[in-house]
Write a protein that binds this ligand. Structure first.
Ligand SMILES: [Fe+2]
Length: 216
């Protein structure tokens, strides 16, 4: 029952504990499914962190005189179901990695919200030790989210984008010469051949050439 801020704190911590325990089971599957070595490593490293985070929550529960178990975090259950769908889906390696990063970042953001709020409640209630434990984990979750961002931006997103272009099996779509002509006059020149837009096509920021298909 929620009658006070202390009740909210207690339930928040039990909810986070359930979330971490569920995540402990899912992370090895995510690490196994990841193709990009950095992503595999990030999931594996976060597994170890998650164990520590669950232990911190057990300690927090001891301080608060409550049981850690007793609640099922429905949100984490749903987030992990979505993650499992991505893992089970067929497709190109980098595209799957990109989707797994999104799924993992949703998990991190959920945890960041949960830990952030619980930490604030603990401080208000004068539970400094509990607040300290929660702050430590909050910093780890933020760092994990940041790491996933880095992996997406440094490799996975570009790889996934190249994969899409590769699977389209058409490298002649863009006429480089026409594309380079910058017509700033705002006039629509219909004679200028513009490569037809295909479903899922992204504007070519850089030319991706395959061996044997280089025009020049
Ligand atoms: Fe966590």
């Amino acid at each position: 029952m929620l009658n006070s801020l202390r009740d909210v704190l207690n339930e928040s911590i039990q909810d986070l504990y359930s979330a971490e325990i569920q995540l402990l089971k899912a992370l090895p599957r995510m690490a196994k499914a990841a193709s990009e070595p950095q992503l595999k490593e990030a999931f594996t490293a976060h597994l170890e962190q998650t164990r520590n985070q669950a232990t911190r929550l057990e300690k927090a529960c001891e301080h608060l005189g409550i049981k850690a178990k007793g609640k099922t975090c429905a949100a984490m259950k749903g987030l992990l179901e979505e993650g499992a769908e991505v893992i089970a889906e067929k497709g190109a390696a980098a595209a799957k990695d990109a989707a797994m990063i999104v799924a993992a970042q949703k998990v991190e953001h959920y945890e960041i919200a949960g830990y952030g709020a619980a930490c604030t409640f603990a401080k208000i209630l004068g539970e400094e030790e509990v607040a300290g434990l929660l702050t430590e984990t909050l910093a780890e979750e933020k760092a994990a989210d940041e790491k996933l961002n880095e992996i997406a931006e440094s490799t996975v997103n570009d790889e996934a984008n190249s994969e899409e272009q590769d699977t389209e099996e058409d490298t002649e779509a863009g006429d480089d010469d026409a594309a380079e002509e910058d017509d700033d006059e705002g006039e629509e020149d219909e004679d200028e051949a513009v490569a037809p837009k295909r479903k899922g096509e992204v504007p070519a920021k850089k030319s991706v050439s395959k061996p044997g298909t280089n025009k020049r």
